[in-house]
Write a protein that binds this ligand. Structure first.
Ligand SMILES: *Cc1c(COP(=O)(O)O)cnc(C)c1O
Length: 218
């Protein structure tokens, strides 16, 4: 198996230039992150607030930390100062809470709205029509939030037809959002097992963990 640095080089060579690689380092140690860093990788994804904060504090300051996990309102204050982008904003309630904390900190929070298209009921996110409604009605009232695009996950299935349909739906939702908010140009979709389909259907950001760092030890 290729080592971490070789994996980063492969992705750098094979991903289209307009697609950003977020290396998902959750549950992996600082040494693994530094291997990727030394191969030129700067964007890393974490799913737990405490882990993101401790890694951000200890590791080089030019790393861009992406928060990709489900965000609880009581963790916003910790995460905001360290996160370049929060991918997983999935409710009006969370948006209100992020606005409150961003205002207190005197910053603009950059976020993606998470859209739910997968078959699993357990996945978080706005339904496409809810997401667009939120963009039109709620977001204009939240001056400390900058929506940069959409994040979505496909159904966890062996059916590449279903995965393809899901990514097309996420992309369609992103295009509709861009009509309302032209700056919301990021389409974050695709993980280790399905990123090639995501890229073929318009992803501009992929989130790859296992294929770069190996299996996570929970
Ligand atoms: C863990 C995680 C990933 C990475 O998944 P892999 O299968 O390890 O590539 C991507 N996106 C989200 C939201 C995740 O939680």
């Amino acid at each position: 198996m290729a080592n971490i640095a070789e994996k980063i080089q492969q992705y750098t060579l094979t991903l289209p230039p307009e697609v950003t690689l977020v290396a998902v380092s959750k549950f992996h140690p600082a040494e693994s992150i530094m291997e990727a860093y030394n191969a030129g990788q700067r964007a890393f994804g974490e799913s737990r607030a405490a882990e993101l904060v401790s890694k951000a504090t200890a590791l080089p300051k030019d790393i861009q930390w992406h928060f990709i996990g489900h965000l609880q309102t009581n963790k916003i204050r910790q995460v905001l100062p360290h996160a370049t982008l929060i991918h997983s904003v999935d409710s009006d309630r969370l948006l209100h809470a992020i606005q409150t904390e961003a205002q207190k900190l005197g910053i603009t929070a950059r976020i993606l709205l998470q859209v739910h298209v997968a078959a699993e009921e357990t996945k978080y996110g706005f339904l496409p029509y809810e997401l667009l409604q939120c963009a039109e009605e709620l977001l204009p009232q939240l001056p400390n939030i900058e929506v940069r695009g959409i994040m979505g996950m496909a159904t966890n299935t062996d059916s590449s037809e279903r995965v393809t349909t899901d990514f097309i739906e996420i992309h369609n939702c992103a295009m509709a959002l861009q009509k309302i908010m032209p700056q919301a140009s990021i389409v974050s979709m695709g993980m280790s097992h399905d990123y090639q389909i995501a890229v073929a259907h318009g992803a501009t950001m992929v989130r790859i963990g296992t294929d770069i760092f190996g299996n996570r030890q929970y």
